[in-house]
Design a protein around this ligand. Sequence first.
Ligand SMILES: [Zn+2]
Length: 273
Amino acid sequence: MPELPEVEVVRAGLAATATGRRVVRLVSRVPALRWPIPPQALEQPVGRVLLGVERRSKYLLLSFEPGCLIVHLGMSGTLSWRSVDAPLRAHDHLDLVFEQGLLRLNDPRRFGAVLWHPAAAGAPQTHPLMARLGVEPFSPEFTAERMFEHTRGRTLSIKSLLLSGSVVVGVGNIYASESLFRAGIRPTTAAGRIGLARYQRLATAIRETLSEAIAAGGSTLRDFVSSEGASGYFQQTCFVYDRAGQPCRVCGQGVRSLRQQQRATFWCSTCQT
Ligand SMILES: [Zn+2]
């Protein structure tokens, strides 16, 4: 599944390669991905210049003068530049055809989304899908104090809280295990029992972990396509993720694993307290 770092690399690549290009047409080969593709999404960008590409959580926001095309890659989506005569492959669901080149959305599992948010409705970040999300990890609003205050009295585990996206977005399963290891916090700890100093370590660890993943993606970038292929994750050296039974890179103890809310969690019982 493309996670925030992968989507951020797609955003940066799109912003660099597609901004300023004019849309000739959109071609949809399916009526719906996760939700029906509204006719406005296919009609409104036509003849318009792409003004810029932003990101909110894992939503890509392609802005045009009449509004914003919202694209989510879901579990398996990829966007790639193809030549206009490139043969169709299975699951090539949508083309965004520019005057030069076309951008093709491929999504085998169809959990992605293509939606339209008219400019008259306000900033795209106010769309119902995004309005209630936690803060962005690289925004000034994401602070240890915010996490601390948000979690007082909460018995939910810190790992589950991070995955919920209610405090901060973008900390998916790999990044939650890795960030908690770097911060020295056991994933099962109740969020309400973590003090401010530990949240300061965690906020720093989250930013570092995500920054390194984005940098890893940027360095392996061919065009802007980040999530082509099955893994969906950048090659990053993990401290604990997917390393059950192997020695901890810091203390040498065997890395442990458990399941929390159906998701695998990895941790070191010596380094994380
Ligand atoms: Zn350890």
